[in-house]
Ligand binder design. Structure first.
Ligand code: PLP
Ligand code: SF4
Length: 343
């Protein structure tokens, strides 16, 4: 069996097992637990005050009342069982609800992990894509799409190759960080077999802190880059994890050093169970503003905010003023007044 599948199958899944490995008490929360052991060793090595620990070890604050169950409201743009079509030219494809780890700050934490697998109805999705030639990009997300087997990924590529209007394939994934051995030769073969059918295959690695970068990840990145996969990163701004300009600047420098371009810095979504990770837009703007001092422009990601209620993503940065007026501009150009006074 592949090492990454073995690692996935033997992950720590309950508090008792985690307590016995860590030798310390762990809070019981309303949310499940899932940490592959190899990655758990990396967390342990960084210690209980580290950014890794805070992101993945359950905390009692998850039980605090906060936010909403579907903070970004993208469910209303669901057009088939596994397709979300909000922006005209690109669509999210959700082939799985499974992830390589459970991130305690996850904005989908109230929708995932109910053990439902998406009902596969690829025909319905292909029919929709054929009827909507304006969709030129398929964004594999989830869950985490790199948890799918090479055979499944190959089948999806085969299917999307038959729709001539699909130019770009994109993956949003945390797997390279958590299970770097997932970037195996079989995956590279599938990517190489299909890359001529698309203009570009792009990978967005979800990564939040320098401590997540190690030799294993760098090797995975090098393997992908040497096979012409474009790699960008997405980072979620999280209180007490990376909410300092210096922390972010270190992360973005290090990514740049390995050929990964920082793409988005996400303001956290107000998802139930994530209160202890939340910070205001004004605090975020102050941090973001400082990045320009220490980073070249090409290593500064766009700071964005997903407007609750399904309004989509908007730039979160205001270069003139860190104060937030409470209004954002929608895709169609209207001003939307936000309900939440906190943002
Ligand atoms: C974020 C997102 C995308 C991708 O948007 P980009 O700005 O191209 O990264 C597409 N569809 C939905 C519904 C999204 O939330
Ligand atoms: S990998 Fe992504 S979707 Fe999965 S738990 Fe982490 S943040 Fe959520």
């Amino acid at each position: 069996m592949n090492t990454w599948i073995e690692e996935f199958k033997t992950a720590v899944k309950n508090v008792e097992e985690l307590e016995s490995i860590l030798g310390t008490k762990i809070s019981k929360t309303n949310y499940p637990l899932f940490i592959p052991k190899n990655f758990l060793n990396k967390i342990i090595a960084k210690g209980s005050n580290s950014a890794l620990w805070k992101q993945f070890i359950p905390d009692i604050s998850e039980n605090l009342e906060f936010g909403s169950l579907d903070p970004i409201g993208d469910q209303k743009f669901q057009v088939t069982k596994n397709l979300i079509h909000r922006y005209p030219n690109r669509a999210l494809f959700l082939p799985t609800t499974t992830c390589p780890i459970i991130c305690r700050y996850c904005f989908r934490k109230n929708e995932l992990y109910d053990n439902q697998t998406f009902k596969q109805n690829l025909d319905e999705t292909l029919t929709y894509l054929t009827a909507h030639p304006e969709i030129e990009e398929i964004i594999f997300t989830g869950g985490d799409p790199l948890i799918l087997s090479n055979e499944k990924i190959e089948n999806y590529f085969e299917a999307f190759s038959k729709i001539p209007t699909i130019k770009y394939i994109r993956f949003h994934s945390r797997t390279p960080v958590i299970l770097p051995s997932r970037i195996d030769n079989g995956l590279i073969e599938v990517l190489n077999k299909f890359k001529k059918n698309f203009k570009q295959i792009v990978l967005m690695i979800h990564i939040n802190h320098c401590d997540e970068i190690d030799h294993d990840l760098i090797q995975a990145i090098q393997l992908l880059r040497s096979n012409q996969i474009m790699i960008f990163s997405q980072t979620v701004l999280l209180k007490d994890v990376n909410d300092h300009a210096e922390t972010l600047s270190n992360l973005f420098h290090e990514l740049g050093n390995h050929g990964v371009i920082p793409y988005y810095l996400h303001h956290p979504d107000e998802a139930a169970g994530t209160k202890h990770f939340y910070l205001s837009l004004e605090s975020g703007r102050k941090i973001y503003h400082q990045l320009r001092k220490s980073l070249p422009g090409w290593l500064i990601p766009t700071y964005i905010y997903d407007v609750p209620g399904g309004h989509g993503k908007v730039p979160a940065f205001n270069p003139e003023n860190t104060h937030f007026s409470g209004e954002v501009i929608s895709l169609s150009g209207e001003m939307i007044k936000l309900k939440s006074p906190e943002v």
